[in-house]
Design a protein around this ligand. Structure first.
Ligand SMILES: [Zn+2]
Length: 377
């Protein structure tokens, strides 16, 4: 029998069926009232490396996470019977949607990197430390499926479309309807009036930060702009076009892995690590997942499915433990794209100097990935 969190366990911790109906205040209240979170609150401050603008947010309490949580993510054959999610041992659920088998749902991260600004925290931030700022927001988890072994690589496309749609609904709610949670921003999206920054990421495998084997995405909502967002913005300002414009037009054709219609999967010509890929929405006027049309949502879901499936095929073949991250680049300056970062090589000293030594080349891996994806379609 497959391990899963069943409907009755979900009902027991269900706080909202559909997050789009929540007001900004209700959303904040659900976080502030979740008692379990208070043990692991972030420090609530951000400092910046003045050399490259990297933002560092601190959460010293995360080191005190229960040992078994940190250890519970072997990449292969996880002991599903001990999965806290399947056992209903998780935080209140704010959104749930039916899949062909089971459900997909969104709840709060028990070990948040971001938390609403409270009175005690708003005083945090040492005025004598250069450039220290308050850091606040929300930290969500999206469980791809209630069934333990189901995730991007093995779910039907129609189900993955539902997963993307719920992600889009959350992104829209946070950026455009989060009440007084986020202050106005001048330097960000003053055209669409989005507030704050929505970071959507996935960690798969404990080697790259995946602390639970049950497939999930993490969504951070912050007042802090991630450095990669700023990089995209600065690229657009410098080049007079978006990074996505350049890549969709100029990345060499032989490095294209697959075309899904309105999205395209490719190996970037500047690949830093073997099997790194990017999935672009071809219409580069798209900035957010919540702006995508039906066909684009479907082609985005198909692209992620095939990229993840390919990574999980080539990694064991090359003798590596399966582990990858993906991150979504949304917002002004990016277009809209997903970056896939399989953990195919460690980070060494040269890399810390910005001199990346990559143990394969883009031409070889594109050819191989094209075969793997082609065979799976
Ligand atoms: Zn599970």
């Amino acid at each position: 029998m497959e391990h899963t969190i069943d409907r009755s366990q979900i009902e027991a911790i269900l706080q909202a069926e559909d997050l789009t109906g929540l007001s900004g205040d209700e959303m904040a209240r659900f976080f502030l009232d979740e008692a379990g979170l208070r043990k692991y609150l972030p420090d609530g401050v951000c400092r910046q490396d003045p050399r490259d603008g990297a933002n560092i947010i601190y959460n010293s309490a995360r080191a005190k996470r229960p040992h078994h949580i940190g250890e519970a993510a072997p990449a292969v054959e996880p002991d599903a019977s001990k999965c806290p999610v399947c056992n209903g041992n998780t935080t209140g659920i704010l959104d749930v949607a039916e899949l062909s088998s089971g459900v997909t749902f969104i709840n709060k991260n028990l070990f948040p990197i971001l938390y609403p600004q409270t009175e005690s925290q708003s005083g945090a931030g040492r005025k004598d430390v250069l450039g220290e700022r308050s850091a606040f927001g929300y930290h969500f988890l999206q469980w791809t499926s209630s069934v333990h072994t189901r995730d991007w690589q093995n779910m039907p496309l129609a189900d993955l479309v539902v997963v993307v749609r719920r992600l889009a609904a959350l992104e829209r709610k946070l950026l455009f309807d989060s009440g007084s949670m986020m202050p106005d921003f001048e330097s960000w999206d003053n055209v669409k009036n989005a507030r704050g920054f929505v970071s959507i990421i996935k960690n798969f495998g404990k080697l790259v930060g995946g602390s639970l084997a049950h497939g999930h995405q993490q969504i951070g909502f912050s007042n802090i702009m991630p450095r990669a967002f700023r990089n995209n913005l600065q690229y657009a300002q410098k080049h007079g076009e978006l990074f996505a414009d350049t890549m969709v037009r100029d990345n060499p054709a032989h490095l294209q892995v697959a075309d899904f219609g309105s999205t395209v999967l490719l190996v970037p010509y500047f690949m830093k690590r073997p099997y790194a890929m990017m999935l672009f929405i071809k219409d580069t006027s798209r900035q957010y997942v919540c702006e995508l049309g039906d066909e684009e949502v479907s082609d985005l879901a198909a692209g992620i499915h095939h990229a993840v499936r390919a990574i999980l095929t080539v990694m064991p073949d090359s003798g590596r433990t399966s582990a990858y991250n993906f991150v979504i680049h949304n917002g002004p300056g990016a277009g809209l794209y997903v970056e896939f970062l399989p953990y195919t090589q460690e980070t060494g000293g040269f890399e810390h100097l910005g001199l990346w030594v990559c143990q394969n080349n883009p031409e070889n891996v594109a050819k191989q990935l094209k075969d793997v994806v082609g065979a799976g379609r």
